[in-house]
Design a protein around this ligand. Structure first.
Ligand code: IPM
Ligand code: MG
Length: 383
Protein backbone atom coordinates (compact mmCIF):
# COMPACT_ATOMS: atom_id res chain seq x y z
CA UNK A 1 0.00 0.00 0.00
CA UNK A 2 1.27 3.48 -0.74
CA UNK A 3 0.52 7.01 0.38
CA UNK A 4 -0.24 10.06 -1.76
CA UNK A 5 3.43 10.55 -2.65
CA UNK A 6 3.59 7.00 -4.00
CA UNK A 7 5.94 5.60 -1.37
CA UNK A 8 5.18 2.63 0.86
CA UNK A 9 3.19 3.30 4.06
CA UNK A 10 4.41 1.22 7.04
CA UNK A 11 1.93 -1.09 8.74
CA UNK A 12 1.77 -1.38 12.53
CA UNK A 13 0.13 -4.42 14.07
CA UNK A 14 -1.56 -3.03 17.18
CA UNK A 15 -2.16 -5.62 19.91
CA UNK A 16 -3.44 -3.83 23.02
CA UNK A 17 -4.19 -7.07 24.89
CA UNK A 18 -5.86 -6.83 28.28
CA UNK A 19 -6.53 -4.41 31.12
CA UNK A 20 -4.25 -1.38 31.24
CA UNK A 21 -2.59 -2.57 28.02
CA UNK A 22 -5.51 -1.09 26.10
CA UNK A 23 -5.28 2.26 27.89
CA UNK A 24 -1.55 2.78 27.54
CA UNK A 25 -1.42 1.68 23.89
CA UNK A 26 -4.15 4.22 23.10
CA UNK A 27 -1.90 6.96 24.44
CA UNK A 28 1.07 5.68 22.45
CA UNK A 29 -1.09 5.98 19.33
CA UNK A 30 -2.09 9.54 20.26
CA UNK A 31 1.63 10.37 20.38
CA UNK A 32 2.29 8.57 17.07
CA UNK A 33 -0.45 10.67 15.49
CA UNK A 34 1.40 13.75 16.71
CA UNK A 35 4.60 12.37 15.14
CA UNK A 36 2.68 11.86 11.93
CA UNK A 37 1.59 15.52 11.86
CA UNK A 38 4.92 16.90 13.04
CA UNK A 39 7.08 14.93 10.62
CA UNK A 40 4.64 14.55 7.72
CA UNK A 41 5.00 10.80 8.20
CA UNK A 42 2.29 8.29 7.30
CA UNK A 43 1.52 4.96 8.88
CA UNK A 44 -1.32 2.44 8.94
CA UNK A 45 -2.57 0.32 11.80
CA UNK A 46 -4.43 -2.96 12.05
CA UNK A 47 -5.65 -4.25 15.39
CA UNK A 48 -5.75 -7.84 16.56
CA UNK A 49 -6.61 -9.81 19.67
CA UNK A 50 -4.05 -11.35 22.01
CA UNK A 51 -3.99 -12.69 25.59
CA UNK A 52 -7.14 -12.96 27.68
CA UNK A 53 -9.17 -10.99 25.15
CA UNK A 54 -8.27 -13.58 22.52
CA UNK A 55 -9.01 -16.48 24.88
CA UNK A 56 -12.50 -15.08 25.48
CA UNK A 57 -13.19 -14.55 21.79
CA UNK A 58 -11.42 -17.52 20.22
CA UNK A 59 -10.25 -19.90 22.93
CA UNK A 60 -6.55 -19.29 22.28
CA UNK A 61 -4.11 -16.61 23.49
CA UNK A 62 -2.57 -16.13 20.04
CA UNK A 63 -5.05 -16.67 17.20
CA UNK A 64 -3.54 -17.58 13.81
CA UNK A 65 -4.77 -14.36 12.24
CA UNK A 66 -2.98 -12.31 14.91
CA UNK A 67 0.33 -14.04 14.22
CA UNK A 68 -0.22 -13.70 10.47
CA UNK A 69 -0.87 -9.96 10.85
CA UNK A 70 2.32 -9.54 12.92
CA UNK A 71 4.33 -11.37 10.28
CA UNK A 72 3.21 -9.09 7.49
CA UNK A 73 3.47 -5.92 9.57
CA UNK A 74 6.58 -3.69 9.77
CA UNK A 75 6.38 -3.51 13.58
CA UNK A 76 4.19 -4.82 16.38
CA UNK A 77 2.92 -2.45 19.05
CA UNK A 78 1.89 -4.47 22.08
CA UNK A 79 0.14 -3.54 25.34
CA UNK A 80 -0.05 -6.16 28.09
CA UNK A 81 -1.72 -9.51 28.72
CA UNK A 82 -3.25 -11.23 31.73
CA UNK A 83 -5.58 -10.54 34.59
CA UNK A 84 -7.39 -12.23 37.50
CA UNK A 85 -10.11 -13.54 35.19
CA UNK A 86 -7.65 -15.95 33.53
CA UNK A 87 -5.42 -16.65 36.52
CA UNK A 88 -6.42 -20.24 37.36
CA UNK A 89 -3.03 -22.05 37.65
CA UNK A 90 -4.62 -25.21 36.26
CA UNK A 91 -6.05 -23.60 33.14
CA UNK A 92 -4.62 -25.08 29.96
CA UNK A 93 -4.78 -21.76 28.09
CA UNK A 94 -3.21 -18.72 29.70
CA UNK A 95 -2.97 -15.14 28.41
CA UNK A 96 0.84 -15.12 28.85
CA UNK A 97 1.09 -17.84 26.19
CA UNK A 98 0.12 -15.11 23.70
CA UNK A 99 3.22 -12.98 24.22
CA UNK A 100 5.53 -15.98 24.57
CA UNK A 101 4.29 -17.51 21.31
CA UNK A 102 4.66 -14.16 19.55
CA UNK A 103 8.27 -13.73 20.68
CA UNK A 104 9.05 -17.25 19.51
CA UNK A 105 6.94 -17.10 16.35
CA UNK A 106 8.59 -13.86 15.21
CA UNK A 107 12.06 -15.11 16.30
CA UNK A 108 12.64 -12.05 18.50
CA UNK A 109 15.61 -13.25 20.50
CA UNK A 110 16.97 -9.95 21.82
CA UNK A 111 14.86 -7.95 24.24
CA UNK A 112 16.26 -4.48 24.86
CA UNK A 113 15.16 -2.90 28.13
CA UNK A 114 16.66 0.54 28.67
CA UNK A 115 16.66 1.74 32.27
CA UNK A 116 17.23 5.46 32.30
CA UNK A 117 16.47 7.72 35.18
CA UNK A 118 14.86 11.01 34.14
CA UNK A 119 16.39 13.74 36.29
CA UNK A 120 12.93 15.01 37.26
CA UNK A 121 12.27 11.67 38.93
CA UNK A 122 15.49 11.32 40.88
CA UNK A 123 13.66 11.75 44.19
CA UNK A 124 11.27 8.98 43.15
CA UNK A 125 13.93 6.31 43.18
CA UNK A 126 14.10 4.21 46.31
CA UNK A 127 17.89 4.60 46.26
CA UNK A 128 19.94 7.53 47.50
CA UNK A 129 20.44 10.23 44.94
CA UNK A 130 24.24 9.90 44.89
CA UNK A 131 23.97 6.20 44.06
CA UNK A 132 21.29 6.37 41.41
CA UNK A 133 22.32 9.57 39.63
CA UNK A 134 23.51 8.94 36.08
CA UNK A 135 21.90 5.50 35.76
CA UNK A 136 21.59 4.64 32.07
CA UNK A 137 21.78 0.94 31.35
CA UNK A 138 20.29 -1.24 28.64
CA UNK A 139 19.54 -4.75 29.80
CA UNK A 140 19.41 -7.22 26.91
CA UNK A 141 17.34 -10.16 27.90
CA UNK A 142 17.64 -13.30 25.74
CA UNK A 143 14.03 -13.90 24.77
CA UNK A 144 13.44 -17.15 22.89
CA UNK A 145 15.51 -19.68 24.83
CA UNK A 146 16.52 -20.58 28.36
CA UNK A 147 14.13 -21.46 31.15
CA UNK A 148 11.08 -20.10 29.36
CA UNK A 149 11.31 -22.48 26.43
CA UNK A 150 13.53 -25.42 27.42
CA UNK A 151 12.11 -28.96 27.14
CA UNK A 152 11.00 -30.89 29.12
CA UNK A 153 8.59 -28.47 30.72
CA UNK A 154 5.70 -30.30 32.33
CA UNK A 155 3.87 -31.37 35.44
CA UNK A 156 2.81 -34.89 36.36
CA UNK A 157 1.79 -37.15 39.23
CA UNK A 158 4.02 -40.09 40.04
CA UNK A 159 2.75 -43.65 40.59
CA UNK A 160 3.09 -42.97 44.33
CA UNK A 161 0.74 -39.99 44.01
CA UNK A 162 3.37 -37.21 44.35
CA UNK A 163 3.00 -34.18 42.12
CA UNK A 164 6.12 -33.14 40.25
CA UNK A 165 7.03 -30.43 37.77
CA UNK A 166 10.07 -29.65 35.66
CA UNK A 167 11.34 -26.74 33.57
CA UNK A 168 14.62 -26.80 31.67
CA UNK A 169 17.32 -24.18 31.22
CA UNK A 170 18.78 -25.06 27.83
CA UNK A 171 20.96 -22.98 25.50
CA UNK A 172 22.89 -23.64 22.34
CA UNK A 173 26.16 -21.88 21.62
CA UNK A 174 24.49 -20.14 18.68
CA UNK A 175 21.68 -18.73 20.83
CA UNK A 176 24.13 -17.32 23.36
CA UNK A 177 26.45 -15.91 20.74
CA UNK A 178 23.88 -14.00 18.71
CA UNK A 179 22.36 -12.19 21.70
CA UNK A 180 25.83 -11.31 23.02
CA UNK A 181 26.69 -9.87 19.62
CA UNK A 182 23.61 -7.66 19.82
CA UNK A 183 24.98 -6.46 23.15
CA UNK A 184 28.51 -5.81 21.90
CA UNK A 185 27.26 -3.90 18.85
CA UNK A 186 25.03 -1.78 21.06
CA UNK A 187 27.84 -1.14 23.55
CA UNK A 188 30.04 0.14 20.71
CA UNK A 189 27.55 2.93 20.09
CA UNK A 190 27.36 3.76 23.80
CA UNK A 191 29.92 3.79 26.63
CA UNK A 192 31.66 0.61 25.42
CA UNK A 193 31.03 -1.47 28.51
CA UNK A 194 29.30 -4.83 28.65
CA UNK A 195 28.33 -6.93 31.66
CA UNK A 196 27.67 -10.55 30.78
CA UNK A 197 25.47 -12.07 33.49
CA UNK A 198 25.41 -15.83 34.16
CA UNK A 199 25.39 -18.44 36.92
CA UNK A 200 28.64 -20.13 35.89
CA UNK A 201 29.49 -21.24 39.42
CA UNK A 202 26.50 -23.61 39.52
CA UNK A 203 24.88 -24.20 36.12
CA UNK A 204 26.27 -25.92 33.04
CA UNK A 205 24.33 -23.50 30.88
CA UNK A 206 26.02 -20.69 32.83
CA UNK A 207 29.48 -22.08 32.13
CA UNK A 208 28.70 -22.37 28.42
CA UNK A 209 27.38 -18.80 28.51
CA UNK A 210 30.62 -17.54 30.05
CA UNK A 211 32.81 -19.48 27.62
CA UNK A 212 30.95 -18.07 24.63
CA UNK A 213 31.02 -14.56 26.09
CA UNK A 214 34.78 -14.79 26.64
CA UNK A 215 35.33 -15.94 23.06
CA UNK A 216 33.05 -13.34 21.44
CA UNK A 217 34.60 -10.58 23.58
CA UNK A 218 37.94 -11.09 21.78
CA UNK A 219 36.32 -9.72 18.64
CA UNK A 220 35.38 -6.54 20.46
CA UNK A 221 38.64 -5.43 22.12
CA UNK A 222 37.31 -1.87 22.33
CA UNK A 223 34.51 -3.00 24.67
CA UNK A 224 35.34 -3.52 28.34
CA UNK A 225 33.76 -6.77 29.56
CA UNK A 226 32.74 -7.77 33.05
CA UNK A 227 31.43 -11.29 33.85
CA UNK A 228 28.96 -11.12 36.71
CA UNK A 229 27.09 -13.87 38.52
CA UNK A 230 23.37 -13.21 38.44
CA UNK A 231 22.99 -12.99 42.21
CA UNK A 232 25.82 -10.46 42.38
CA UNK A 233 24.28 -8.58 39.45
CA UNK A 234 21.06 -8.22 41.45
CA UNK A 235 23.08 -6.68 44.27
CA UNK A 236 25.28 -4.45 42.09
CA UNK A 237 22.17 -2.99 40.42
CA UNK A 238 21.33 -1.54 43.83
CA UNK A 239 24.90 -0.69 44.88
CA UNK A 240 26.38 0.77 41.71
CA UNK A 241 23.66 1.05 39.04
CA UNK A 242 25.38 3.90 37.22
CA UNK A 243 28.44 1.74 36.53
CA UNK A 244 26.53 -0.41 34.02
CA UNK A 245 26.19 0.36 30.33
CA UNK A 246 24.97 -2.78 28.52
CA UNK A 247 24.02 -5.92 30.44
CA UNK A 248 23.27 -9.21 28.61
CA UNK A 249 21.61 -12.18 30.22
CA UNK A 250 19.49 -15.33 30.09
CA UNK A 251 15.72 -15.09 29.58
CA UNK A 252 14.49 -15.56 33.15
CA UNK A 253 17.43 -13.76 34.77
CA UNK A 254 16.57 -10.81 32.54
CA UNK A 255 12.90 -10.97 33.48
CA UNK A 256 13.80 -10.72 37.16
CA UNK A 257 16.64 -8.21 36.91
CA UNK A 258 14.59 -5.78 34.84
CA UNK A 259 11.76 -5.62 37.36
CA UNK A 260 14.41 -4.91 39.96
CA UNK A 261 16.08 -2.31 37.74
CA UNK A 262 12.74 -0.62 37.14
CA UNK A 263 12.72 0.75 40.66
CA UNK A 264 15.85 2.69 39.73
CA UNK A 265 13.82 4.60 37.17
CA UNK A 266 11.13 5.46 39.71
CA UNK A 267 8.43 3.05 38.56
CA UNK A 268 7.87 0.07 36.34
CA UNK A 269 5.46 2.34 34.51
CA UNK A 270 8.49 4.09 32.99
CA UNK A 271 10.25 1.19 31.25
CA UNK A 272 9.81 0.47 27.54
CA UNK A 273 11.19 -2.46 25.59
CA UNK A 274 12.04 -3.56 22.08
CA UNK A 275 12.23 -7.19 21.01
CA UNK A 276 14.33 -7.73 17.93
CA UNK A 277 15.49 -10.57 15.71
CA UNK A 278 17.19 -10.50 12.37
CA UNK A 279 14.08 -10.23 10.17
CA UNK A 280 13.97 -7.06 8.07
CA UNK A 281 10.83 -5.11 7.27
CA UNK A 282 9.82 -3.07 4.22
CA UNK A 283 11.03 0.27 5.57
CA UNK A 284 14.66 -0.72 5.99
CA UNK A 285 14.37 -1.50 9.70
CA UNK A 286 14.19 -4.65 11.80
CA UNK A 287 10.85 -6.32 12.38
CA UNK A 288 10.35 -5.80 16.09
CA UNK A 289 7.80 -5.94 18.87
CA UNK A 290 7.49 -3.02 21.27
CA UNK A 291 5.88 -3.28 24.68
CA UNK A 292 6.01 -1.70 28.12
CA UNK A 293 7.68 -4.10 30.55
CA UNK A 294 5.05 -3.62 33.25
CA UNK A 295 2.52 -6.08 31.85
CA UNK A 296 -0.77 -6.22 33.70
CA UNK A 297 0.77 -7.41 36.97
CA UNK A 298 1.90 -3.94 38.06
CA UNK A 299 -1.63 -2.68 38.22
CA UNK A 300 -4.30 -4.07 40.49
CA UNK A 301 -7.66 -4.68 38.79
CA UNK A 302 -9.05 -1.49 40.37
CA UNK A 303 -6.56 0.55 38.35
CA UNK A 304 -8.07 -0.63 35.08
CA UNK A 305 -10.29 2.14 33.76
CA UNK A 306 -9.38 4.54 36.59
CA UNK A 307 -6.95 6.65 34.57
CA UNK A 308 -4.10 5.85 36.96
CA UNK A 309 -2.00 3.75 34.58
CA UNK A 310 1.24 5.41 33.54
CA UNK A 311 1.39 5.57 29.72
CA UNK A 312 5.08 6.59 29.60
CA UNK A 313 6.44 3.05 29.20
CA UNK A 314 4.14 2.51 26.22
CA UNK A 315 4.96 5.94 24.78
CA UNK A 316 8.71 5.31 25.10
CA UNK A 317 8.16 1.90 23.48
CA UNK A 318 6.68 3.75 20.49
CA UNK A 319 9.86 5.86 20.42
CA UNK A 320 11.96 2.68 20.26
CA UNK A 321 9.71 1.41 17.46
CA UNK A 322 10.37 4.54 15.43
CA UNK A 323 14.10 4.12 15.97
CA UNK A 324 14.60 0.39 15.36
CA UNK A 325 11.78 -0.59 13.02
CA UNK A 326 10.49 2.49 11.26
CA UNK A 327 13.71 4.29 10.28
CA UNK A 328 12.54 7.46 12.04
CA UNK A 329 15.21 7.95 14.74
CA UNK A 330 14.65 11.70 14.92
CA UNK A 331 10.98 11.10 15.74
CA UNK A 332 12.04 8.67 18.48
CA UNK A 333 14.30 11.39 19.91
CA UNK A 334 11.44 13.90 19.72
CA UNK A 335 9.20 11.65 21.81
CA UNK A 336 11.90 11.17 24.46
CA UNK A 337 12.53 14.91 24.62
CA UNK A 338 8.79 15.53 24.92
CA UNK A 339 8.45 13.03 27.79
CA UNK A 340 11.34 14.69 29.57
CA UNK A 341 9.74 18.10 29.09
CA UNK A 342 6.41 16.96 30.48
CA UNK A 343 8.13 15.47 33.54
CA UNK A 344 10.26 18.60 34.01
CA UNK A 345 7.01 20.61 34.02
CA UNK A 346 5.87 18.51 36.97
CA UNK A 347 3.20 16.34 35.35
CA UNK A 348 2.97 12.85 36.83
CA UNK A 349 0.71 9.83 37.01
CA UNK A 350 0.19 8.70 40.59
CA UNK A 351 2.88 5.96 40.50
CA UNK A 352 5.59 8.61 40.04
CA UNK A 353 3.99 11.45 41.97
CA UNK A 354 6.11 11.16 45.13
CA UNK A 355 5.00 12.27 48.54
CA UNK A 356 2.13 14.67 49.16
CA UNK A 357 4.57 17.51 49.81
CA UNK A 358 6.51 17.36 46.62
CA UNK A 359 6.40 20.87 45.20
CA UNK A 360 5.17 21.69 41.72
CA UNK A 361 3.85 18.20 41.03
CA UNK A 362 0.59 17.93 39.12
CA UNK A 363 -1.00 14.49 39.13
CA UNK A 364 -2.86 13.80 35.89
CA UNK A 365 -4.65 10.83 34.37
CA UNK A 366 -3.40 8.45 31.70
CA UNK A 367 -5.11 10.30 28.86
CA UNK A 368 -3.97 13.72 29.92
CA UNK A 369 -0.34 12.65 30.16
CA UNK A 370 -0.58 11.19 26.66
CA UNK A 371 -2.09 14.41 25.34
CA UNK A 372 0.62 16.54 26.99
CA UNK A 373 3.40 14.46 25.40
CA UNK A 374 1.65 14.59 22.02
CA UNK A 375 1.31 18.38 22.21
CA UNK A 376 5.00 18.73 22.99
CA UNK A 377 5.99 16.50 20.11
CA UNK A 378 4.08 18.78 17.78
CA UNK A 379 5.57 21.94 19.26
CA UNK A 380 9.20 20.79 19.37
CA UNK A 381 11.69 22.62 17.26
CA UNK A 382 13.92 20.06 15.61
CA UNK A 383 17.55 21.05 15.29
C1 IPM B 1 7.75 -9.53 30.91
C2 IPM B 1 6.58 -10.23 31.54
C3 IPM B 1 6.29 -11.50 30.76
C4 IPM B 1 7.51 -12.40 30.89
C5 IPM B 1 5.01 -12.24 31.16
C6 IPM B 1 3.80 -11.38 31.04
C7 IPM B 1 4.83 -13.51 30.38
O1 IPM B 1 6.83 -10.46 32.88
O2 IPM B 1 7.69 -9.23 29.70
O3 IPM B 1 8.72 -9.24 31.61
O4 IPM B 1 7.65 -13.11 31.89
O5 IPM B 1 8.34 -12.38 29.99
MG1 MG C 1 8.59 -9.56 33.60
Amino acid sequence: MSNSSGSYTPLLAVLPGDGVGVEVVDQGLVVLDAVSRRFGWQYRTERALVGGAAIDAEGTALPDETLALCKRADAVYFGAVGGPKWDDPRASVRPEQGILALRKGLKLYANLRPVKLFSALIAQSVLKEEIVRGTDVIVIRELTGGLYFGKPSKRWTTAGGTMKAVDTLAYSEHEIERVLRTGFELARGRRKKLASVDKANVLNSGRLWREVATRVAKEYPDVEVEHVLVDSAAMYLMKRPASFDVMVTENMFGDILTDEAAVLAGSMGMLPSASLGTGKNRVGGTLGLYEPIHGTALYTPEVVGSGKANPIAAILSAAMMLRYSLSMPEAGDAIETAVQGVLDDGYRTSDIAGGPNERGVKVVKTEELGRLVAERVEQLRIK
